[in-house]
Write a protein that binds this ligand. Sequence first.
Ligand code: AMP
Length: 537
Amino acid sequence: MATKAKFQAIRGTRDLLPPETALWNHVEQTVHEVFRTFGFGEIRPPIVETTELFSRAVGQESDVVQKEMYIFEDARGELWQARENVRNCFFRPHENSSVQVLRGFLGDFQSRLQAGLQSREVEHDAGQTQFYQYFSQGMEYFSKLTSNDPDLPLQIHGKVLEEIERMGAFLKNAIVGVRIGTFVALRPEATASVCRAYIEHNMQQLPQPVKLYYMGPMFRRERPQKGRYRQFYQIGAEVLGGTDAPAIDAEVIEMVMTFFDRLGLEGVELSINSIGHAADNCRRGYVETLRAELNKVKDKLGADSRRRIDTNALRVLDSKLEHEQPIIARLPKIADHLCDECASHYARVKKELDLRDVKYVENWRLVRGLDYYMRTTFEITARGLGSQNAVCGGGRYDGLVELLGGPPTKGIGFAIGEDRLILSLQEQTKAHSSSESSPLATSHSPRLYIAWMGQNAYAAAIRAARNLRAAGISVELPPAEQKFGKALERASKLNAKFALILGDNEVTSGEWALKTLADGTQQKLSESQLLDFLKRL
Ligand code: AMP
């Protein structure tokens, strides 16, 4: 029985391994090829950003920010350790030695913090400065209280002991609230980073719109299940600046659909909607009407939906609860409440999609909970994914760049879940019996295995391997001499197509033997003939 490895990938994360990684590479290569033809350039933002960027952009109220972000305090190691020492110190006010230990740790923390503040390595705002002053005063008082000669047992006069106990506990608690570094988060999505980069690099000075795409890992502490991971990968694109012409919305959607089409992804379904904009004569008005209707049927709704009536009524429309479906079906629809501009924008987006021959269904329940999302929203589902069948979500977010401190800027984008896209492609390959001939059944087996024996043969083998690899042929060159029988066995195990048999005799005669492993046939070729033969395949 296999023993359980001591170290395992942590829950919700996984290793992507060959041969599957070949499929990932194929998908990513296709992204580069397709997105380039639509005029997009690649951006690679960092994986960590300040927590504040995400809480602003993704929304303080969202599940992602409330529950799912991986956050840590990016502080200097020694300062962090000094604070841990205080925190972990077991304080017994009756024992002089314990009091002195705590005092020592507190003093160490205080001096390191002071140095950090002075060098500006520890960022601080007015609140923190004031907090730090209280802390210093507390420290001063605590020092006075405990400055008895450490060699003598502590003079315990009830009053002093009480004060030591109170101050020690106070300071121990207080340090938890001292900020010693910046809170940073592993990115849960990348739109915020792209907008931050747009502002930071003054991209509004470039010809507008700026079209950027990205791919890479995202992190959300969700409950793992099929198609849902804590580290997952997204492929996304954003169009920032310029106009909000409906043709832009349609072209962005066309690009995703072209990409899926190029991959041969089957069973793709595009849903679209318009959620108007945050104004009384548009979405805000609709939400009020919706809320009023929801309150009438409140008793029939589940706990989540009941709570959302007040916090985020639009999200009730997302509900998957069976018994709520007929109730939701009778609710007022946003399309009947859009302002004239938003209604006309939506009509033109649909027309632009028709012009591009992009098929869609309208889904009035497709909503987004944040204020800056507006007008076009879309979602794409694929087959073989069970309940987590959304492979892409996107929409317009004209207020986001401004919310992050930039100029008013139009924006639209999407994110594709790469893990789910790959899962769907794999399910599809499984479903077709002709998996062998599928363009996605990429293999990393070597084309040629070089079975060499003898030092002259070895030199020739190295040379041949170099030439063939330069021509793009994958070659396995065993690192040590093997008997030909053993070598051929290994070549078959590795699934090589050919084996080159190269002994000193072959080198002397210049006649090399090439074996086709599938049928065992063998041919004799010169070195240059061999190269030509393999290169031509
Ligand atoms: P979102 O950024 O939430 O709009 O998600 C966009 C796409 O990313 C979704 O349609 C999914 O395909 C994918 N996705 C989101 N969260 C996860 C996750 N935890 N695991 C795998 N894929 C995810």
